[in-house]
Design a protein around this ligand. Sequence first.
Ligand code: IPE
Ligand code: IPE
Ligand code: MG
Length: 250
Amino acid sequence: MREAAASTTSELRAEVASAVPRHVAVIMDGNGRWAESKGLARTEGHRQGEATLAEVVRAADGLGIGWFTAYGFSTENWSRPPTEVNFILGLHKNIFARRLEMHRNNVRIRCIGRPVSGTSRLPRRILREMEESVELTKANTGLTFTLAFDYGAREELLYATRKLLEAHRREGTEIDERSFARCLYDPEMPPVDLLVRTSGEQRLSNFLLWQSVGAPFYVTPTYWPDFGGAELEAAITWWRRSPGAPASNT
Ligand code: IPE
Ligand code: IPE
Ligand code: MG
């Protein structure tokens, strides 16, 4: 009897020790400072940041995370110098160019942001790459990798409000949290379980306001280009001890 109880407890401990958040969202910050600290142009930081993103998506997939969302370009980022904006947008094209590898790994690619509402100011050629990536991988059943691209949470909330009001007027849809959530850019996106920001700033910067409402916020001083699988695992170890996560309940 006692032995059975002990093994159940150790099984439970093992389960907790290997638990991963269902949805990890990352504010990839510090590309510019990484480059400046090395005497390089800011664009070099963005270039390295794109390679890091590919590596971290692979790591998230390997860890068995279900949803991984990365903040790639915010609605505020349009106010940066045009050359920097163009450079960053070009790099996002590279992310989508990795779609075949992601497809082989059963990764489902999605996007949230103004492209969903059809009001994006992104160049047509990049939108096409994005649409092709989403289409190619839409039936995959592994990790869902979402890029927040030309994204702002305030705009998402306004978009959802307009959509819900329309449904309310047409069909009398109830206005409550469930119906509101169904009007967000990706109605299937689960709440964020772990929110990560690199390079030390403790700011949301207009990211996932609705979805992150209860998420523990892990801030690391590491600049995004230096982030990697090991840091992701460190963030998850931290998460296991945070209120609401499995280990905090044992
Ligand atoms: C994050 O790095 C990348 C984007 C916002 C697109 P930054 O470019 O913000 O780098 P810092 O914060 O200036 O170091
Ligand atoms: C947030 O980083 C946006 C992205 C990571 C895409 P920023 O560097 O743009 O945010 P602020 O300006 O520090 O708030
Ligand atoms: Mg920044």
